[in-house]
Design a protein around this ligand. Structure first.
Ligand code: A2P
Length: 352
């Protein structure tokens, strides 16, 4: 029997936290103990794990003593506050929030794309934004084949990305509308049922949303190539699970649709579903609950030199969040990196 690790899940009662627990169990993660952490509101309650359940404890600065690996999905503010304490306690954090993604001290990792960035971690590793993860899984093999110069992406994002409360909001609004009641709007700025919202997160001074700029900046950091230009329009749609993306690519050299199909068929974590004549293409409905990123509708774009269009779908809670975090933890183990080398680096963040 190999080494087993004490693992904590911070935000264990949330949409992503629950999926993290499910993923750890399904993949037989080498854990000797799993601690479920959440706010004081849910301390004392339980969350399902395998055939049993785990008692939820309150997340505090002291939660990480004796913990080897912590998976965080409890919001940016919570990560900002508690992840440094975890790292200082010698625990390696994989953080699903946006708090540490663009911090130069933290690698931003998708294991199929840049696993070696884990080599320079200081105790906090950032899990990228859900829409970015599935996009770079598809882009990396194409970039290696023909050098991507520019990406134009439009997203169709599920409500589960906003968390439990948004899943409930869509369900409730649909029910209210069918009962001829006025739908309650609490989570999003407008009604999401039977609607599309061209706003995810807040607007920035440049007219883009924060979500759009995450896709721009995170793609460059993960791919490690500042020459790749990305522009994004991110849209929330009334789908529960699974983000879809229409991606237009411009390459440095010609890549035919057949070549792209062949490259993607060999790529780790990608399944090509591309037979339009038979009505076969990726859909959120089928991607939900699956591990892979699905790519289809691959076709050449003749309006630019070396252009290609494709459609990319993945389960935003799984590959877009929980699975990618667990895969990072597995890669850390494989690379013998479950250790914090420089404990001083986050001292100021912890207020020390
Ligand atoms: P809780 O259920 O106790 O509020 P979601 O993204 O689905 O809304 O889930 C958010 C997760 O983050 C939940 O597990 C939630 O716990 C947790 N969380 C939110 N705020 C805090 C906090 N201040 N401390 C610890 N956990 C928090």
């Amino acid at each position: 029997m190999g080494t087993h690790y004490v693992v904590a899940v911070a935000g264990a009662t949330g949409a992503v936290g629950r999926e993290m627990l499910k993923t750890l169990e399904q993949r037989n993660f080498p854990a000797s103990k799993i601690k479920a952490l959440a706010s004081s509101r849910s301390a004392g309650s339980t969350v399902p794990f395998g055939d049993g359940e785990l008692l939820v404890e309150e997340l505090t600065e002291k939660s990480f003593e004796g913990v080897d690996i912590a998976l965080f999905s409890a919001g940016g503010g919570t990560s900002q506050k508690f992840a440094p304490h975890a790292a200082l306690a010698g625990c390696v954090v994989v953080d699903n929030s946006s708090a540490w993604r663009m911090d130069d001290r933290c690698p931003l990792v998708v294991p199929e794309v840049n696993p070696d960035d884990l080599d320079w971690h200081n105790g906090i590793i950032a899990n990228p934004n859900c829409s970015t993860i599935q996009m770079v899984v598809a882009l990396k093999p194409l970039h290696d084949a023909a050098q991507i110069k520019r990406v134009v992406v439009s997203t169709y994002q599920a409500v589960s990305g906003t968390g439990h409360k948004a899943i409930t909001e869509l369900e409730t609004q649909v029910r209210q509308l069918f009962n001829l009641q006025e739908p309650e709007v609490k989570v999003y700025p407008h009604r999401i049922a039977f609607n599309c919202l061209p706003q995810i997160d807040v607007f920035l001074d440049n007219g883009y949303t924060k979500e759009e700029m995450k896709m721009v900046n995170e793609t460059v950091k993960i791919m490690g190539d500042p020459s790749i230009k990305v522009t994004a329009t991110t849209v929330r749609v009334p789908v529960f699970y699974g983000h879809s993306e229409a991606i237009n690519l411009e390459f440095g050299r010609k890549l035919t649709a057949d070549e792209a199909r062949a490259v993607l068929s060999r790529a780790p974590g990608v399944t090509v579903l591309d037979n339009p004549a038979e009505g076969i293409y990726p859909m959120a409905l089928n991607a939900a609950g699956e591990d892979d990123t699905f790519v289809g509708r691959i076709r050449e774009d003749d309006t630019i030199e070396n252009g290609l269009n494709l459609w990319c779908v993945a389960d935003n809670i799984r590959k877009g969040a929980a699975l990618n975090a667990v895969q990072i933890a597995e890669k850390l183990i494989e690379k013998n990196l479950v250790t914090v080398s420089d404990r001083t680096v986050f001292e100021a963040d912890a207020g020390l």
